[in-house]
Design a protein around this ligand. Sequence first.
Ligand code: ATP
Ligand code: SF4
Ligand code: MG
Length: 331
Amino acid sequence: MRGNLLDVKNLKVVFYTYRGVIKALNGVELWMNHGERLGVIGETGCGKSVTSLSIMGLIEQPGEIVEGNVYFEGKSMQKMNSSVLYDMRGKEISMIFQEPVSALNPVMKVGFQIAESIARTKKISIKSAYPDVFKMLELVGLDAGRVINLYPHELSGGMAQRAMIAMALSSHPKLLIADEPTSALDVTIQAQIMKLLDDLVSEMGNAVILITHDMGVAAEFCDKIAVMYAGNVVEYASTTDIFDEPLHPYTKGLLKAVPRVGQSKELVGIPGTVPDLVNPPSGCRFHPRCSHAMKICAEELPPLFEVKQGHYVACHLYTREGEHDGNRSKI
Ligand SMILES: Nc1ncnc2c1ncn2[C@@H]1O[C@H](COP(=O)(O)OP(=O)(O)OP(=O)(O)O)[C@@H](O)[C@H]1O
Ligand code: SF4
Ligand SMILES: [Mg+2]
């Protein structure tokens, strides 16, 4: 087992659509230990959300996991029956989303929703969950007495995200997945929410997967970074290694697109566009955009390979045998 909390092995997910079969995940490899913070970065459509939904056991029609597996604390999630998975969600793994207001049920009071979630994970009555609701709302900096009786549309975006965080952390999950938790919020509120998350998970010791487009946030918040491109993790290393010594041509391109690390900037600037995953490029899916592309790149998908201790790269430039052999000539 590569991580004592989570090990995602060769995960392949497809979506059956009217346009054809979208090959969304193409053999994702990812692992993490208890208490670690992993940042997942990459351009839009590269599979960040599908990866996190797979980890939550939430891939549903028209999607399907066609190969590979997700192991949580060594147990195969694919082999769990739906009631075990349902119990795990919320209790062991919980998730916060980009749009907190729409993630909450619009017709139920915020307090009731959090109470219901606590009651489900702790297997207690909704009534007896209310003291915990108060505690959690205060912990995330909300006026519990007031917020408990409000409906989601009565909350600002920042308040709603605080309420989501209260709900997600109320069961002290081993893993919190935050899928772009601040990108729908104002810049000043973004920083407050990240600080709140940072404080809470530091105290509780939860592992976190943070999906973000913001390299500055990833650099500050995460211990490790996984860079995804078109359905694969193409580089995986400590945050320091990723920012100080990026190896994959795609990661280098991403970092070049951000003028200064630590400054919030959208990811822009790599020539070309993300491929259509109904007909993805053969071999390394980055090859049509890569200035280092060789013949082998269009023929073989490079495996994620440990180039130096703890630094993994999926690129034919880095192989056990060395850089160039017979079919590694430039195209
Ligand atoms: N329910 C769905 N039906 C059809 N295709 C889907 C579905 N969900 C995801 N996909 C496809 O799977 C691929 C990966 O999508 P995903 O949402 O994981 O990207 P992402 O990296 O989270 O992007 P973003 O940064 O925009 O959130 C995309 O090609 C997307 O169109
Ligand atoms: S495998 Fe080839 S195309 Fe892909 S990133 Fe490496 S050099 Fe570029
Ligand atoms: Mg997404």
